[in-house]
Ligand binder design. Structure first.
Ligand SMILES: *Cc1c(COP(=O)(O)O)cnc(C)c1O
Length: 383
């Protein structure tokens, strides 16, 4: 029987050091490995190919997602880059029209140049998917909840829609983490994370990973990982191994803080709109309630008037929240997607999905909710 998620988070990938008994996986800060004779080694030859600290992490990541295989890379985008390299010119990808800015940039400014065709559609509209699905479609790239509009895609329904078409259904599970959402059990073939965010959880590392079950795809991805070399280093692997040990506890607190702050924002007279899948008024609420076991600590909202000047004033008026890119750490961050994370997306494209000049995004940390609310309340008074 598979153990609970918390137990797996604490124990996944941990093998006590046979040489010293060290309870924690050592940081094998080494590039190469002594061979006793020609072809006679202990499974490690060169650290681009495999390093014991990264190996322990890759096993832990797989276990967390209930997957057979895990691969760790130098960043979330390096993980996506590795995956996209299985494609050939003429191959097509279907993705969401509300996509993380960096993913959008990777697709449109890099892979489009290599002859890969991208379709950005509303993934909650199966007719929209069917209208672009064809024999060249190789990947469906889902992000749910999306960044920053918190749109929800029904993974199971999308997987059923494209089934029988030899399409790899991939889910960017960065926002939900395996604690709140397990895409592989919803019918997805592959899960990607920016481990920079919740998996690392302490804003001290940049990393990405892929988790999957298919032997043949794993072998292709591993060959590419070794051939292209965008691997995660041993120190970073150690940090993420440490981070995931508390993932279940942190996610629980992120969710609780999400609920408290949403309740506060919803009742504040200066707030115009709040985007959080836990709200019954959120269009993806029903799907999220089934697909996720919690709604997370990422919230976007607009202040009445929805303009750049007010948003600017607000983000400058908070003091406990820090104005910064990124998310998923123990400390609360505030961001302005239009000029920060989503600056790479043209204004007309981003405004169509709701990333307006006045949109503010919060990544709630694990502080006390009362203090977070007091800080936001003070900022409303100042603007
Ligand atoms: C940050 C992020 C990425 C990119 O990951 P990096 O580690 O920054 O390369 C991809 N998807 C989502 C949803 C993200 O938040």
């Amino acid at each position: 029987m598979q153990k609970g998620k918390g137990t797996r988070a604490v124990h996944a990938g941990v093998e006590h050091c046979p040489a010293t008994g060290a309870i924690m996986t050592p940081i094998y800060q080494t590039s190469t490995y002594v061979q006793d004779g020609v072809g006679n080694h202990k499974g490690y030859e060169y650290s681009r190919t495999l390093n014991p600290t990264r190996h322990a992490l890759e096993k832990a990541l797989a276990e967390l997602e209930g997957a057979k295989y895990g691969l760790a890379f130098g960043s979330g985008l390096a993980a996506m880059d590795n995956l996209m390299k299985i494609l050939k010119p003429g191959d097509e990808v279907i993705s969401t029209n509300d996509l993380y800015g960096g993913s959008y940039r990777l697709f449109t400014t890099v892979f489009q140049n290599y002859g890969i065709v991208f379709h950005f559609v509303d993934l909650s509209d199966m007719d929209a998917i069917k209208s672009v699905l064809n024999e060249n479609t190789k990947i469906v790239w889902i992000e749910t909840p999306t960044n920053p509009m918190m749109q929800i895609t029904d993974i199971k329904v999308v997987a059923e829609t494209v089934s029988g078409n030899d399409v790899i259904v991939c889910v960017d599970n960065t926002f939900a983490t395996p604690m709140l959402q397990q895409p592989l059990s919803e019918g997805a073939d592959l899960v990607m994370h920016s481990a920079t965010k919740y998996l690392g959880g302490h804003s001290d590392v940049v990393m990405g990973c892929l988790m999957l079950n298919d032997d043949e795809l794993d072998s292709k991805l591993r060959t590419l990982q070794n051939s292209c070399g965008g691997v995660a280093g041993p120190m970073d692997s150690f940090l993420v191994l440490r981070g995931i040990k508390t993932l279940h506890l942190r996610m629980q607190r992120h969710c609780e803080n999400g609920r408290s702050v949403v309740d506060f924002l919803n009742s504040h007279p200066m707030v115009e709109k709040v985007y959080w899948p836990g709200l019954p008024s959120h269009p993806g609420h029903d799907v999220a309630s089934r697909q996720m076991s919690g709604f997370g600590g990422m919230i976007s909202f607009t202040i009445k008037g929805d303009n750049l000047a007010t948003a600017n004033k607000f983000v400058e008026s908070v003091s406990l929240f820090t104005l910064a890119e990124s998310l998923g750490g123990v400390e609360s961050l505030i961001g302005h997607p239009a000029t920060m994370t989503h600056a790479a997306i043209p204004k007309d494209v981003r405004e169509k999905v709701g990333v307006t000049d006045g949109l503010i995004r919060l990544s709630l940390g694990v502080e006390d909710a009362e203090d977070l609310i007091a800080d936001l309340s003070k900022a409303f008074d100042l603007i």
